[in-house]
Structures are given as structure tokens and as C-alpha cells.
Design a protein around this ligand. Structure first.
Ligand SMILES: [Zn+2]
Length: 319
């Protein structure tokens, strides 16, 4: 009888932990909205001459519940590893670049079996492979802007040796310091002799609701914005094309535009794993929610949101 009671007690504790943890991990969280701000982003100061083309280098499919808090278990979501070729009269460059050719070996070196399963993906073609197939000379790419240096973004670095990589200095410092211990950084992306780092320095120039910005070409067509939280030096980019379309590339602040619209943060389980500062990331999500509301003609593009990236012209087509 006594053993039965103990066994029953243990069972009850295990059950409580199981449901407690399950509730913590998957309880749908809605963030508090920011009230009454004008989050309209200014238009370019001159007519834009920018052309833009999107590509994906790999994908995975997971339940929506793994992508954001309150997502459905029964609905699947396609995540992609995207990159964008941007042509401006003054420079042709990439924003993000997807994964590289050695990604499978890099995973084997940096992750254990469970982590590899959790971050499993299907490689398609790298940015460079797509360019060569389309007879688009990869040497035209004058620099690559990365929203941050997690492996699924920095993996493009070895593909373009010598091409300047734009990031914030504090992003590189934090990434290099964590590259041997943190699952999200791979040392072989960050400690290379053939990388030319080019550090973004933001101007104290407000841009809509953001305090700082960097207008790369001085015409408002490509404006970088600090979006720290997901990583120390995460950045976003607002791009206006010659066709008058506007995109706000937000990196990994959120993996889903739907989540921005619904004010949903990442699921706690993955948010704790991948967001350096979870609270700050949630504040940026709430701010981007306002940006979404106040800029109805602009498309917010999370780097990994498959259905959103699919709305842009697919390389080698430009828009
Ligand atoms: Zn990512």
C-alpha cells in the first residue's frame, strides 16, 4: 500500500511537470501592444532605381507551433534560407545569402545528433550555384549585408571569400566570443583569414519610430536599422524598388509575418535557445507590429518565412 502511494505520488509529480512544462512551452502568448505611436516609415528622398531578386538555398517544414507561440500543431509551415540580390546604380550587393555548400559538414562538426535533428533542413542550391546556373557573375556582388551572424546566415561567408561582409562590430565580437560554445554560431564562418569585415555604423538619424538608421546610398532606397535582441547586433533593412514596392527585411526578429500581425513571440522553447535577449526581441516584435499597421503598402519579410519570400520575384527574375 505504501509503495503504491509513493508510486502514485511520483506519477502525479511527473504528470504535473509534464503538463506544467507543456503549458509553459506552448501556452499561446500575445504580447502587449505599444499604444499610440506613429510608425510610418519615410519614403525615399529621390525616385528609387533599385532592382531586387529573391532566392532560397534550402528549406524545412515544421508545425506552425514550432515557429511562433499559439501556432497550430496541425498546420505546417515552410521555412527557407533566403538571400536577396539588390542592384542599385552605385552597387550590386546581397542582403542575406542563405546557406553554403559545406553546410552538411559544418552541421556534423558543430551539432550533436539531437541538435541536427532539431535544425534539420533540405539544401537546394546555394546563391553562388544559382548565379552560375543563370550566367549571373557572382563577382558582381560587391558586398553582403547580414542581418546577424547565426550559422544559417553566416554560412554564405565561405562562399564569397574576399567579398566584404557588412555587420555591426558588436555583432561580430559577440558571435566570435560564443562561436565555440553556442549552438547558433559556427567558428568556421567567423574566424577566417579570407573575410573582409566591414562594420556598419549607424547614424543618430531617426527613421520612423527608430532612433538610428543608416541610409546606405543617401537616397533613402536602402535604409538599415538596428533591431538588436535576437542577437546583440541584429539589423533590418527597408528597401524601396524602382517599381515602388517596399520591403522591410527583419532577419530573425520573427520567423513569420503572421506572428508579427498576431503579436506572437517565438515559442518559449526555441526563443530561449535562439534569442540572445528574449525580452528585447519581444519589444522589437511589438514595434514591428506597429510598423506593419502603419505601413499597409509595405511587406515585412522575415528571412525564413517561406510563403512571404515566395511573393518576391524569384532569381534570376528581378522586380
Ligand atoms: Zn536564421
Amino acid at each position: 500500500m505504501r509503495q503504491l502511494k509513493i508510486a502514485g505520488g511520483i506519477f502525479a509529480i511527473v504528470l504535473a511537470i509534464f503538463f506544467g512544462l507543456g503549458t509553459y512551452l506552448f501556452w499561446p502568448v500575445v504580447l502587449d501592444p505599444i499604444d499610440d505611436i506613429n510608425a510610418t516609415l519615410p519614403a525615399p528622398t529621390q525616385p528609387s532605381k533599385v532592382r531586387l531578386s529573391a532566392m532560397t538555398t534550402g528549406f524545412n517544414v515544421s508545425p506552425q507551433a514550432a515557429i511562433y507561440s499559439g501556432g497550430k500543431f496541425t498546420k505546417s509551415h515552410r521555412s527557407v534560407y533566403s538571400g536577396f540580390v539588390i542592384e542599385h546604380p552605385d552597387a550590386t550587393f546581397m542582403l542575406e545569402g542563405g546557406i553554403g555548400n559545406k553546410i552538411a559538414e559544418e552541421h556534423a562538426r558543430n551539432m550533436n545528433a539531437l541538435e541536427r535533428r532539431l535544425f534539420a533542413f533540405q539544401k537546394t542550391e546555394t546563391a553562388k550555384e544559382r548565379m552560375i546556373a543563370a550566367r549571373y557573375d557572382p563577382a558582381q556582388i560587391e558586398f553582403i549585408i547580414l542581418t546577424h551572424l547565426h550559422w544559417d546566415h553566416a554560412a554564405v561567408i565561405p562562399e564569397f571569400p574576399g567579398t566584404p561582409i557588412w555587420t555591426e562590430a558588436k555583432e561580430l565580437d559577440a558571435a566570435q566570443a560564443l562561436s565555440d560554445t553556442h549552438i547558433s554560431y559556427f567558428a568556421e564562418h567567423l574566424n577566417r583569414d579570407d573575410t573582409v569585415w566591414s562594420f556598419i555604423e549607424f547614424d543618430d538619424k531617426p527613421y520612423g519610430p527608430f532612433d538610428k538608421s543608416k541610409d546606405i546610398f543617401g537616397d533613402g532606397s536602402v535604409v538599415l536599422i538596428p533591431l538588436g535582441g535576437h542577437t546583440k547586433g541584429s539589423i533590418g533593412a527597408v528597401v524601396t524598388t524602382a517599381a515602388g514596392k517596399r520591403y522591410f527585411f527583419i532577419g530573425d526578429v520573427s520567423w513569420s509575418l503572421e506572428a508579427i500581425k498576431l503579436l506572437r513571440p517565438k515559442t518559449p522553447f526555441v526563443g530561449n535557445m535562439v534569442d540572445a535577449d528574449r525580452e528585447k526581441t519581444r519589444e522589437v516584435v511589438a514595434l514591428l507590429h506597429e510598423v506593419w499597421k502603419d505601413n499597409p503598402d509595405m511587406l515585412i519579410v522575415p528571412t525564413h518565412d517561406g510563403p512571404v519570400v515566395a511573393q518576391l520575384s524569384s532569381f534570376p527574375a528581378f522586380e
